[in-house]
Every structure is written in structure tokens, then in C-alpha cells.
Design a protein around this ligand. Structure first.
Ligand code: APR
Length: 181
């Protein structure tokens, strides 16, 4: 059975479910377009956390993953997959975006299941410290996303969806609810 469910609608519609909304980010501190812009409008404190992190670590964030509380809704956590160095029309190449999507999703799985071996470098360690106050039971959260990488980043959705399929098996499979407007 597929680990991806397709749902028609706005991924930011309110919900009572505990959920992690996943989106792709650049490493330059800009939530200036697409889904990121909508998140910035609704969750400015979360955007500030993202900006601060980009200011500090910049390109070293590529392939990393950061979960940020929404600060507005107790049930909502925002997940940043750092899949491209730059945003807008100067985003990275498709192959690099896909490679870094996989790296960032691996990290997401490790964060959710608190695997001890995921702290590969100093940036991972710093991000880990930032995430220590999150709910301990992240595995109870629904994983939700728009069709990441397929808008401003220009990667055909099918290619990212194929990567999501890699998390359908193993000790800790992940299920994704994918929203499209
Ligand atoms: N609900 C569901 N889908 C949405 C929503 C929404 N509220 N808003 C946008 N989408 C869809 C878009 O139509 C597109 O198919 O999400 C997909 C991804 O769109 P983008 O936001 O352009 O994201 P992406 O291609 O991953 O590019 C990421 O853009 O979001 C900014 O700062 C971010 O630099 C980053 C880049």
C-alpha cells in the first residue's frame, strides 16, 4: 500500500490534528514566495526562528531539517527541509534539490524517532539543541505537505513523490498526506 495519500485542499487549513506541515526551504532566510510566504504571514515567530538559523549557518543547512513550533497553534509544527541553497529563480538544480530532499527527509525520520546516530556534524548538533523543547511524541503527528519542490523550485512532482515512496518500509515507515489546491 502506498505511504502517500492525496488530499484536495489547502495544507494550511485549520485542523485539530497534531500535525507537522513539511515544506521545502532555501538556506538564505527567505520565506518570500509560495507556501513559505503563507507560513510567514500566519506564523511570523516561526519565520523569525528560520531567519536566525539561516543567518548563522547559511549554506551549511543544505540537506538538513529543522522543526519549528508554530507558536500559534499547539498542535502544529512546521518542518523545514533545506533542499536548495537559493530560492526564487536562482534555485539549485533539480538533481541537487532531490538529493537534498532525501537527506533532509532521512533527518526528519531520525528526529521523529529520536535516533541517536543522526548528529553528523556541528550544525546537526545545534539544530538538535533548538528542537529539544518539542513534543516527545512526534511519531503521533500527522505528516502533511503541499507538493513540495514542484512550484518555485520547478521539480516535477512525480520525482519528489518517488522519493517519498522510499519511506514506505523499514523499521520506521513514514506516511505523508499530500495536499493540492
Ligand atoms: N496548500 C496546498 N498547496 C499549496 C499551497 C497551499 N496553501 N500553497 C502553495 N501550494 C502548492 C503550489 O501550488 C505548488 O504545487 O505547493 C507546491 C509547492 O509550491 P512552492 O511554495 O512554490 O514550493 P517549492 O516548489 O517547494 O519551492 C520552495 O519557495 O516556498 C518558497 O521559500 C520557499 O524558497 C522556497 C521555495
Amino acid at each position: 500500500m502506498s505511504n502517500v495519500s492525496h488530499i484536495k485542499g489547502n495544507v494550511l487549513n485549520s485542523s485539530n490534528l497534531q500535525r507537522i506541515v513539511i515544506h521545502s526551504c532555501n538556506c538564505r532566510g527567505s520565506w518570500g514566495g509560495g507556501i513559505a510566504y503563507q507560513l510567514a504571514q500566519r506564523y511570523p515567530k516561526a519565520e523569525q526562528v528560520y531567519r536566525n538559523i539561516c543567518e548563522k549557518y547559511n549554506d551549511r543547512l543544505l540537506g538538513k531539517c529543522l522543526l519549528i513550533p508554530s507558536f500559534e497553534s499547539e498542535n502544529l509544527i512546521i518542518c523545514c527541509l533545506f533542499t536548495s541553497t537559493y530560492g526564487g529563480s536562482v534555485h539549485d538544480q533539480q538533481s541537487s534539490i532531490l538529493e537534498n530532499t532525501l537527506l533532509a527527509l532521512d533527518r526528519l525520520r531520525n528526529i521523529i524517532y529520536r535516533k541517536p546516530n543522526f548528529l553528523e556534524d556541528n550544525v546537526d548538533k545545534k539544530l538538535d539543541i533548538l528542537m529539544r523543547n518539542l513534543d516527545e511524541n512526534l511519531s503521533n503527528y500527522n505528516l502533511e505537505m503541499p507538493k513540495i519542490n514542484s512550484g518555485i523550485f520547478g521539480v516535477p512532482w512525480e520525482k519528489t513523490e518517488q522519493l517519498l515512496g522510499e519511506y514506505s518500509t523499514g523499521e520506521h515507515p513514514l506516511h505523508f498526506d499530500v495536499f493540492s489546491l
